[in-house]
Design a protein around this ligand. Structure first.
Ligand code: SF4
Ligand code: SF4
Ligand code: SF4
Length: 350
């Protein structure tokens, strides 16, 4: 039998499928043990938000719908999905549906029960974010004392042979200790994967944006630590700018929104972009299906055009800029409004 590396399987599979919903990201809760200053969901990280969360049978009903639609990859995210007392039950249900399951988590709420569940039924991968190299700065960033707990749980997961990836969000709060974080991440046995992109919170609070690095520092961090986005930050960039100038488009979205993937909120609303929560489709309503929601949302989103004289509409740098309608709507209230910071970042990059 012919065997393939996972990345080749994944690539071929996506290419053959055409336009179908095969990747789902489900927010199980907005709650999280940490309160990261840059977090875009932390505005709802409170007990109050519990009342909005789906019950276990509602999550399972959505998983059934995903299975019927042929979804292959499923990610549980949050907040931190492990904050739900029924996390193991929902995780095992997703596994029993046959999905390739990933979990995005702080690992600060990992219990013995969840750890044993993972050991018996491994997820495809676990992803966590480690943003500090020592407990004092960790406390400043997350407003908690869970530094050692998170580090120990990362070690524990790795030593048990489960697939885990560690990312780092670089902000004004931790940029001065970036080498210390890199050293810790590498000592734990991982590649250092920093990101410098921040956006406003889901309630449009722009506090996280104030933590963005100065554009020149963001470029320096990306260049020095080598986690460049190959789509926009390679020598191909020049031809992208030329293409953009040649075929300026009024399409609001120039990203891959809705191509194969969709998101589901804690309330069971389906949407295509994690930043853009309208339009959405109620997956819990009677008769609702993943395909119906996915294709109607795609139709709506793909038909969106610039309606204003926004600078972004005719900007020759749009394809390489970190601006997008999702980030714009969170930060400015308008899907078309430029974001000064991204203009500066683009200029700094050129
Ligand atoms: S760990 Fe993630 S979900 Fe939790 S507060 Fe931090 S950024 Fe938000
Ligand atoms: S944010 Fe600025 S650089 Fe980016 S596309 Fe809009 S106008 Fe162009
Ligand atoms: S966040 Fe921006 S780039 Fe990502 S899917 Fe939404 S609109 Fe596209």
């Amino acid at each position: 039998m012919e065997t393939k590396e996972y990345k080749d399987f994944s690539w071929d599979f996506h290419a053959k499928l055409g336009h179908k919903p095969i990747v789902a990201q489900i927010e199980l809760t907005y709650r999280c043990p940490l309160h990261c200053a840059h977090c875009y969901t932390d505005c709802y990280n409170n007990r109050e938000s519990l009342k909005d969360e789906m019950m276990a049978d509602q999550v399972k009903a959505i998983l059934d719908k995903c299975q019927r639609a042929g979804v292959v990859w499923l990610c549980f995210t949050g907040g931190d999905p492990m904050m739900r007392y029924d996390f193991s039950e929902l995780y095992l249900y997703a596994k029993s549906c046959g999905f390739i399951v990933s979990v995005f988590t702080s690992l600060a709420a990992l219990t013995e029960d969840i750890f044993e569940t993972f050991k018996q039924n491994p997820p495809f991968n676990i992803e966590t974010t480690l943003n500090a190299g020592e407990s004092a700065s960790y406390k400043e960033i997350t407003k908690t004392d869970f530094f050692q707990r998170q580090v120990d749980n990362i070690k524990r997961i790795k030593e048990s042979g489960l697939d885990i990836r560690v990312k780092t969000q670089v902000t004004k709060q931790n940029v001065l200790e970036i080498d210390k974080i890199k050293e810790l991440v590498e000592r734990l046995g991982f590649e250092f994967r920093p990101s410098t992109i921040l956006f406003a919170r889901l309630n449009s609070d722009t506090a996280p944006c104030k933590l963005r690095l100065e554009p020149k520092d963001a470029i320096r961090v990306n260049k020095t630590y080598g986690f460049y986005d190959p789509e926009t930050e390679t020598p191909g960039v020049k031809s992208k700018i030329d293409d953009m100038a040649a075929e300026s488009s009024d399409n609001l979205f120039s990203c891959a929104v809705g191509g194969h993937s969709f998101h589901v909120s804690v309330k069971g609303e389906m949407f295509l972009c994690s930043c853009l929560r309208n339009p959405n489709y109620d997956l819990l309503s009677k008769g609702a299906t993943v395909n119906q929601g996915f294709f109607s949302l795609n139709q709506e989103v793909r038909a969106m055009r610039f309606n204003t004289d926004s600078l972004c509409r005719s900007c020759q740098y749009r394809l390489i800029c970190k601006w997008c309608p999702g980030r714009a709507v969170l930060e400015t209230g308008s899907m078309e409004e430029p974001i000064d910071y991204f203009c500066q970042l683009t200029q700094e990059f050129l």
